[in-house]
Structure formats: structure tokens, C-alpha cells
Design a protein around this ligand. Sequence first.
Ligand code: UVW
Length: 354
Amino acid sequence: MTQRWVQAPPGSHWGEFGPDDHLGRMNLVTPQKVLQGIAEVRHGRTFCLSLPLDVPGGQAMNPRRIAPRRYAVTRDGKSAGQQGFCWSYAGEDPDLTDVVNDDLVLMSLQYSTQWDSLAHVGSRFDADGDGVDEAVFYNGFRAGEDIIAATEDRAAGEPHARYPQPAAKALGIERLAEHGVQGRGVLIDLAHHLGRRRQAVGYDTLMRILEADGIEVEAGDMVCLHTGFADTLLAMNRSPDVARLHETGSGLDGWDARLLNWIVDVRLACLVADNPAVELVVPKVLQLRPLRQARLPLHAHCLFKSGIHLGELWYLTELAGWLRSEHRHRFLLTAPPLRLPGAVGSPATPIATV
Ligand code: UVW
């Protein structure tokens, strides 16, 4: 056990599951929570909670993120399917009948429906108490040493790598995959109560909605917020109207201290939304805040301070409609990320079973 900090950030929960923990509140998804999730399955009906991986459909919403580009693995400029012969490890073999296609993809892992790992967002903070801030993540893991050990390594002959390859030695998304993300989901239908107009949702509004719908969030629940954003985006058919999207979908108010306290006190396991950031991202120029601040306060609160994973751009509209018609809000959620060692986020194809 290695405690990497002399001082933890105010209001943080570092060390809650031990100083070497990489899972944070996902530790609360225990075998008992899996059974509670399974107890919600009464019809055997499933809902795909993922957008198609090539939606949003352009870089306009987050220019850092690259849409999937697929390449067929070729020989002499043609794929196996085009050539109509079999490639074996031994080379072309006229005696074999198989015709095999392979492809590869280049994309931002967080382009579409995704998990943010705890290595995604950290903060500048003086964890070792020497009076100088360093870039640190949940449980004091250090940028450079533990997370994003940037390297110039590229796979031999790999033509498409545009950046050094990041490798999170700590807090990587594979930790979630190894834990197995399955348990009880709880859906909170913000869109039903607030419409799809973009607005910040604070503690009072959230409590009002929970009360109106008779929702109780319990420790270890995986909480999903339906705002209607992903559904609106999907309807744009891969030609996103960015101006309209900026007016669409509510987001949690990361500046509301009571809301932040509720998130940790209720001991939810993770927070998911069908919008791009779970929280409402306010342009810096509009923020009447102290100069030294987090641009994404909910990300800082959840990923950095509290070990709460975030899921973004999930597709929740069909599930929300069905649950409402059945007067339900709980379901079995199965949502593993890729078991890709060192990745700071991952696409997901979550499934709700009811
Ligand atoms: C950022 O842009 C920081 O990421 P996210 O997808 O988590 O909102």
C-alpha cells in the first residue's frame, strides 16, 4: 500500500477503498448489486444504450475527437473479399476456400457513447505538500509517472498514429472491464420534466424530480440521466446542427455544492448521461468565478476527487419511454468498456435488460 499524498484535495474521498485503489465507487457494484439488477429483469427485453459509433458525425462538437475511420487490411491495395482468395498465415493458399476480411479503425475512444476512466481528468494540486502544484489524478496518481506516460513508440509500419501513444499505468479503463460493469441501473428522466431545452440542473430540481417519480437512489446504483440530447443528435442523421445542439439537453450544475454533496452522500456507483459531459459546460467567458478554477467542476468532483466514473453520450430515450410506460425506473445494466490496457476512456455498447 502506497499513499501518494501528504494532503488530499478538500472534499475528496481519496483512500476510501485503499490508497492503491483504481476503481473508486465502482467498488460499490458488488455481487449483491448484480443480483439486485437481475431481480429487475421481468420481460427479458433488451435496449441498446449506445449511439452508432460514428455519431456525433463530425468534429464540430468536440474538435479534439476524431470520428471512426475504418481501413480494410489489404494486400496489393485490395482486401481479401475484393481479391476472392484466402490469406493464411503462410500466405496465399489456392487449396483453401476461406475468404477472410479484416479491418482496422482509427478513432477517438471517447468520440461517441463512452466511459471516462478516472485517468481522464485530474487537477493541478499540491498533493505532496511542497508548496508546488503537480498534475494529479484520483488517489494521488501522478501525470507522467502513473498516467499518460507519453511515448513515441508506434507499432512498426503503423501509418496512422498522429500522437504519442498514451498509457495510463494507473486508473486505466481496463480496471473497469476487469471488474465487470453489471448491476442495477436507475434512470432519472430529466427530459420528461424539463423538456429538451438546455439548462443547468441543480440539487433542488433533481430532488423535485426524484420525488415526483418516486425514485430512490441507493448505494451502488448506476445512475443514468435522460436529457434527450442523444436522441436529438441521432435524428440529425450525422449532419449535426451544432447551434441547435448547444441549446439542447440539460446538464448537472457542477457549481451546486448541495448537488455535489448528494452525489457522494448517496453513494451512487457512477453517473451516466445521454449528453456530452453529464454536466452543463459553460463557456469560460460566461463564468463569473474566481480565476483559478476547474472548467469542468463536476468532472473534477467525480473523476478526480471522488472516484466516480462518468458515462457520456449514451442513448437512453427508448429505455426512458418504456420505463415510464411501465411506471418503473430500475433495470439491469450491463456496460463493460473495452479491456484496453492503459486507455483513459472507452467506447461502450451498454445494454439495459428489463
Ligand atoms: C472532455 O472534453 C474533458 O471530456 P468529456 O468527454 O469527459 O466531456
